[in-house]
Design a protein around this ligand. Structure first.
Ligand SMILES: Nc1nc2c(ncn2[C@@H]2O[C@H](COP(=O)(O)OP(=O)(O)OP(=O)(O)O)[C@@H](O)[C@H]2O)c(=O)[nH]1
Ligand SMILES: [Mg+2]
Length: 202
């Protein structure tokens, strides 16, 4: 009798494990750009024209969410959810945080008010779930990176085990580096508390 056919590569392929990461931060910090720079699918964004250009440089703002995806190896797909930046859409934060593996907090180094807002966003997400996070300083061109990191740590009172890094979120390598740092932080947390292994998977 003929041996059974080998398993079909398509049928045999495992679906990647999906995890949800929230990309958050103050108004105009670069959240949508971060996701657009790295996503392998066309980013689903809900943006509207901003009526007040004086307080917002780019004329468009996220009103509900951004959604993008990046696959890491063949095993894990990161689903990236960007939050809206304006206060009046803050009700979306809790919805988007549901089931998150962790969050990336962006701050805008070119705007001093970004620190105070960043701290409020961080406190909010920290209170929602005890999950890993990192802080990414965007728009820091011309700044000394070490000084920008020290200032951000101080202003946001970032704990020592939360990485803080400088990036230009329009640059794919920078965004990749940020996500790798985030995943390493998740790994470090799992080594300390392996029972959390399934927390936050989508
Ligand atoms: N100079 C500079 N501009 C940037 C950088 N990243 C993003 N921008 C610009 O900043 C503006 C805001 O970027 P977005 O990605 O829309 O910011 P956002 O955080 O999603 O904004 P909201 O949804 O309104 O909160 C856009 O015009 C970007 O082109 C950066 O690293 N440097
Ligand atoms: Mg946006």
């Amino acid at each position: 009798m003929a041996p059974p056919p080998p398993p079909s590569p398509v049928r045999g392929r495992r679906r990647p494990r999906t995890v949800k990461i929230v990309v958050t931060g103050p108004f105009d910090a670069g959240k949508t750009t971060f996701i657009r720079t790295i996503s392998e699918i066309t980013v689903l964004s809900t943006e509207r024209e901003v009526s007040d250009h004086d307080v917002h440089g780019h004329g468009r703002t996220t009103v509900a969410m951004d959604f993008g995806r990046i696959t890491v190896g063949s095993d894990v797909a990161l689903y990236l959810f960007g939050t809206p930046g304006q206060d009046r859409f803050e009700f979306m934060w809790d919805i988007l945080a549901e089931g998150m593996l962790g969050f990336v907090l962006l701050v805008d180094a070119s705007r001093p008010g970004s620190y105070l807002e960043g701290r409020r966003v961080r406190d909010h997400f920290e209170a929602l779930a005890d999950v890993p996070s990192i802080v990414v300083i965007n728009k820091a061109a011309g700044r000394d990176p070490d000084e920008a990191v020290a200032e951000t740590r101080r202003e946001l009172e970032v704990p020592d085990d939360v990485p803080v890094l400088v990036a230009d979120v329009r640059n794919r390598d920078d965004v990749k580096r940020a996500l790798i740092t985030f995943l390493r932080t998740v790994q470090a947390r799992l080594r300390r508390a392996p029972e959390d292994a399934n927390v936050g998977t989508a």
